[in-house]
Design a protein around this ligand. Sequence first.
Ligand SMILES: [Zn+2]
Length: 212
Amino acid sequence: MTNDKKVKVKFIEQILNIMLEDIKEYIQFINISSEDLVLFEWKPLRSFKSYILDMNIIKENKVSDIFFHINKGNLKIVHIRKHDLIYTIGANNIQYQILEALLEEIDRQFNEMYDLDVLLSFSNTNPSMFKHFKIQIEQIMENFHSSNLVKKVDVLCRVCKATLPMYVKRSIMESETSFPVPLVYIHKGHAIVTYIDKDFVVRGVELVHINS
Ligand SMILES: [Zn+2]
């Protein structure tokens, strides 16, 4: 690698590390909904944007336990149905794996904090019951960098002719049964498939065709 490229990679890495430490700055909304009620919503201070239309579309998707991704200009939306709830996050410039890791942690802490089976069985479930979760959400975002929920791996892209930092959520290894795990990284209009082994070592990278 030339010195110029080394400087460029270092620069990208620095940006990504700052991003992890300051993840809150990039998050536009977090929403936890049941089928007919918004239980909890977090937005940055002074954000008056509404995501009702996005949430209506997301709710039409009835598949459980699979992460779905939506690209809306600069906004990346990730959502999943879990435990009869719909968890959604929207952010700018954050890799999908990081957003998935965040949603997994939010789901874990939300279920730890509330006895949801009981609370949601009330006929008059009131979202104000969940308002204190705001403190948890703020902590999850503040501690994200140190919480070690994602692992950064370096992948060599032969199109970019550069080593790119790519984040992989650690939980990926718990849910997989065969290794290495393929992970597609779409960036700058092209895509590579990377093969990551149990120890988060990249075992191979291939350029792949894309269709959508
Ligand atoms: Zn590339």
